[in-house]
Every structure is written in C-alpha cells, then in structure tokens.
Write a protein that binds this ligand. Structure first.
Ligand code: SER
Length: 606
C-alpha cells in the first residue's frame, strides 16, 4: 500500500463519520513560542480544545507533517524518526471514548485489514492525582470479549510515562494552563522479532526492542493543570487521536522496519548507491541519514536557514549528523539522495518538487560551511600541537581544547572522538556541566510563564500584533503583510515583508498609532464568515490556503454600516475583549531578518 492510499482511506473513514478535513498546518508554528516545530496535529488546535469555536465544527480530521527535535538521538532503529506524518482526528467537546475506541478498532482491523490477534492495547492506570481510566478499559474489555478474545491478555495498563499525553509530557512537567489527558494506545506485534535480553516487553508499553510497535494513540484531552499544580476537568471533553503514517504502513505490510517500507526504500537505495555499502550492514547509519536528510528537506522548505539559533540550530544539527554518517560510510555527493527524498514525497507534498532547487541550495551551502568548519578545527589542532600536516598522529588533546572544539566549532564529544582524538572525559564533562547550567538559566527564563500563548500577557500581545499589522499597512500599503510572529508573556515579535529599515520617526509614528487604538478602547469580536465574504470586506487573510470555506475573522473596532472596522484579520484567537486591556505598546527593537523581511520586537501591558 502507498502512503497516499493510507492517508486517503483514513480521511474518508472519518469524513463518513461527520468529520471535516482541516489543512496541514505549517511545520513552523504560528503564534506559538512554546515550541519550535509543529510536532503533533493537535498543536494548532489548542485554542479550540480549550473551548474557542472552530470554523469547521466539532469533528475534525487531517494529516499533519510533524517534526520532533526531542527524538533526534532516538533515530537509528527500526521505528524512530524525527519527521513523520500524523493522521489525526478530533472531537472538540463532541463524541468521546465510547465512539472513538470502536471506530479505532474498526479502522485498523476492517479498513486497513490488520489481523486482530496482532493488536494489543494499553490504557492509563492512574497516578499523579489522576484516576485510573477504567472507562477506556471497560470499553475495550467488552469490545474484545465480543471479538472472542480474553481481554486480560490483550489490554495492559501503564502509568503516566506511557499512557498520558500532553505537549510537555507527564503531569508533573506540565506548566499551569497546559492541557492533557489519559490516552489509550494500540500496538502491533511483530512475530519475527524476539524480545531483547533486557526488554521488559510483556506489557507492550514497556517493550524497548521494537517487537511491539505503537501505531495509534487516542488521547482523551479532559484536564487542565492549575496554578496550584492540581488538575481541573476541562469544560469540554475532547478526543485527540494521532497515528503515524510510516508506522501504520509498516504494520499493514507486516514489515518490522519502517525504513524498509516504500516511503523510505528509494532513499535507502540511493544511500546504498552513493556510499557503495549495504543497508544490511549499516542500518543505524543509513536510518539516520535517511531520516535526518528527510527532516532537513522539510525544514529547508520553510524560510529557516541553518544557524546557531532555534529552528536553524536544529536544522544545522540534523544536517551535520546526516553528513557525518554519510561521510563515514564513504559517501561524497548527497544531491541524489535529496532528490530521492523529494521524489518519495512528491505525491503528498508536491511543493517540494517546485522548491527543489532552493531546498538543495540551502542544504549544499550548509554542507560547504560544515566542510570549512572541519578544516578550521583541523587547523586549530595542528597549530596548537605543532605537528606538520599529519593530523592523525595526535591522539590525546586537552579537555580544554576538546571543549573549544565543542563550543566554538560545534563538534559533539562523539564527533571529536570520531575525528581521532581522545581527551579526559571527566574534565570535559565538568566543563560541559558549567556551560549547560548557564544556558539552562537562559532557557528557563525564555519559557517562564508556562503556556505562553494563553497567559493574559500573551493574549494582550496577540491583539497588539493585529493593531501593529494594521498600523503598518496603513502607513506603507497593503503589499506589506505579516510573515511570522511569536508571542510570549515577555515580548511580542512580529515579522513582515519590507525592504528597508523603518526610520526612528516611522517607528515612533507606528507606536503612537497602536497606543492611540489602545486608548480608544475598541471592542474586539469575531465572526465566522464564508471565505469569499471575508475577502470582500478586506479581511487580511495571510494564510488562505490553510483555511476551509468558512473562516474566523477577528475585528478590532466597531462595525458601522459600509465601513470596515479598524482591523479585520483571519485568526483563531484568543484576543482581549477591549483594546484598553493591552494598556500600552512599546517597540523595543527592529531587525533585518533577511530575504526582504523585517522584525519588530515590542512589549505590552506596562
Ligand atoms: N497528540 C497525540 C500525539 O501526538 C495524539 O494526537 O501522539
């Protein structure tokens, strides 16, 4: 079966059950500073899971491109990837467990024809002050009994590490405001894999050797963490289902290695050809190359460039790790592999083919930079240790120099070792520890305030960006539009296309206009409008392609007959009710971020 067939079947299945398909959201999230990448289908839906009205209704379905940076070091086995496509269906306060569970079973066993005896279930056994999900257990119990199984042999329970889902993981790690819930997962059992020696695999949730593959995860989003660390039931009970296309395909084909399914085999073949080595003998390296280059292709297709910051840093890390593995297998030219990856996805993601040259350029430029970095590191060592041209002669370098290679030249300790150097691990670890505590202090500060996109300050900042956007367009014309934004309780960041820096006078004028609109205490409200109507009234629709026929438009300012309010913009919310809640708006910085884009930083609420 092809990935595209799986996607079509899945979407059809849920459409037949009253779901509307929502588009694949951008890989780089908008208005969500808490995370660098879209890593699950629910991420763009958080406002709606919390109760905002979704323009497409209460039953949604889609396929979402996802990237999980936390899994970079997991890649190198039969089932982990950083980039994957997630099938998702949601109930926004509509149906719940007793509908979702039987549908899921029907989907997997009837639509996709998975043998029932190979499927195993896990549910949340309770913990962290949250009760056992016996409701899910009982629904599965009855269903499996009817199917002729002994349910006790099929259903397992596990704690929050395995059967609880939130964007921040277990309940203890969730910041106040974050939503989460117990989940029920379906595992596929591969008979041709034996449990590894140390695998605690009797309960599929704890299997670590790939014999059990998690193919489906239905989260029952029903809790929100409170300021006092307790959990409150959400006003609406939601379902958030997610399942990876790549893993489902492996189960359908009963192929115990996702890299041996049609999504990856053309790429693996290209890697074999370019390195002259076989997959059989070099599985982990080739899995890393295939996955990391795949992720790099999708990230390069956004406007992210490799750098030392945020998404750019992840892209750099992915590419360099892929290149290390590629070079170590004797590979020289990665272009054919990039080409194969784009080919493999062209049916589901045709824009990759259109942007192929640009994607390739981003990747090859970074490759060149990396080659220069390698050469500089080599020179640094040669100079320091004063040996002629032969680098291989030096085995032992000081921990200090190893740390310089790490912090200045960007090499991980493993990479330094693979370059042929040894150093005192303990001394190195100590240097690393003090370095990490400095950067951690920075990171904590950045994410302070928990779910940044729903704190009071963030909502104020969000409405302020609408005012800023309108003020800029009034001053410079409607060709100017937003190209990105990120809002935290600490500051507002707003990107837009403009080919020069604004003068201090212009910045002052913009700031004054926004403050004027705040003072006017304009009402903010939204309406659900047909797309055509929204366009007619001049609503700013930045991301048309990602909306359906009905759009949600936020208005700032009263509606008088025949006149457009001050601002009208497609947006999911949330916003303040009146602009005076924003209190004040102050621009603190302007930056040129390249490609004809400027960035403004501002603070609100002082
Ligand atoms: N949010 C859940 C996940 O990412 C289910 O969609 O697994």
């Amino acid at each position: 079966m092809k990935a595209q067939d799986i996607i079509n079947k899945y979407i059809e299945f849920f459409k037949e059950r009253g779901h509307k398909q929502i588009p694949n959201a951008p890989l780089i999230p908008e208005n969500d500073p808490t995370t660098l990448f879209t890593s699950s289908g629910m991420q763009p839906l958080v406002p709606y899971l919390l109760g905002e009205t979704h323009p497409m209704g209460k039953r949604l379905v889609n396929v979402q491109n996802c990237f999980r940076a936390v899994d970079i070091d997991e890649v190198g086995d039969n089932r982990h990837t950083t980039f994957f496509r997630m099938l998702g269906n949601w109930s926004l306060g509509d149906y719940f467990k007793k509908e979702e569970i039987p549908w899921l079973w029907e989907l997997l066993t009837k639509e996709f024809g998975l043998p029932k005896e190979k499927l195993f279930i896990t549910v949340f056994k309770g913990g962290s002050g949250i009760p056992y999900d016996d409701e899910s257990y009982n629904i599965w119990f009855e269903l499996l009994k009817k199917e002729g199984f002994n349910p006790k042999e099929k259903i397992f329970a596990a704690n929050a590490t395995k059967n609880w889902w939130s964007r921040s993981g277990v309940p203890e790690n969730m910041p106040p405001g974050e939503i989460g819930g117990p989940d029920t997962e379906v595992y596929y059992k591969f008979d041709d894999i034996e449990h590894g020696l140390n695998c605690k695999g009797d309960n599929p949730a704890w299997c670590e050797c790939g014999k059990f593959l998690e193919i489906a995860n239905a989260v029952f989003m029903q809790y929100q963490k409170q300021q006092d660390e307790s959990f409150k039931e959400l006003p609406q009970k939601n379902v958030d289902y997610g399942g990876g296309v790549e893993r489902l395909l492996a189960a359908i084909e009963n192929e115990n290695d996702i890299f041996q399914t049609p999504i990856f085999t053309p790429t693996i073949k290209a890697i074999e050809k370019e390195t002259g080595k076989t997959y059989q003998e070099h599985c982990p390296q080739m899995q890393i190359i295939a996955d990391h280059l795949g992720g790099s292709v999708f990230i390069s297709n956004t406007n992210i460039k490799p750098s030392n910051k945020e998404q750019g840093y992840i892209l750099r890390r992915l590419l360099r790790k892929a290149l290390d593995n590629f070079y170590s297998l004797g590979g020289k030219d990665i272009s054919p592999i990039i080409h194969r990856i784009v080919e493999a996805y062209k049916e589901t993601d045709p824009y990759l083919e259109k942007n192929f040259e640009e994607i390739k350029l981003t990747i090859l430029e970074e490759e060149q930079k990396y080659k220069n970095t390698l050469a500089n590191a080599k020179e640094f060592i040669l100079k320091k240790y004063k040996v002629g041209d032969e680098i291989k002669g030096i085995a032992e370098i000081s921990a200090e120099d190893a740390f310089i290679l790490y912090s200045t030249h960007g090499f991980s300790p493993t990479q330094i070792k693979s370059l042929g150097y040894t150093f005192n691990d303990q001394e190195f670890a100590e240097k690393m520890k003090s370095h990490q505590s400095i950067s951690r202090a920075g990171a904590t500060k950045k994410f302070a305030g928990g779910l940044a996109d729903h704190s009071e300050k963030t909502i104020m900042g969000h409405t302020a960006t609408h005012l800023l956007h309108q003020a800029l367009r009034n001053m410079f014309g409607i060709k100017l539009h937003q190209t990105g934004s990120s809002i935290t309780p600490e500051r507002v960041r707003f990107d837009f296309n403009f080919d020069r820096n604004l003068t201090p006078e212009e910045l002052k004028k913009i700031e004054e206009t926004v403050n004027q609109k705040i003072k006017e205490n304009l009402p903010v409200h939204f309406e659900m409008l047909p797309l055509q109507k929204a366009k007619e009234i001049g609503a700013i629709g930045l991301f048309d392609e990602k909306y359906g026929q009905t759009v949600k438009v936020y208005f700032v300012g009263p509606k008088t007959k025949g006149q457009r309010p001050y601002s009208a913009e497609f947006c999911g919310g949330p916003h303040v009710a009146f602009t005076s809640e924003i209190k004040s708006f102050r621009i603190i910085k302007q930056e040129n971020i390249g490609k004809g884009n400027r960035r403004i930083y501002a603070v609100v609420g002082n």
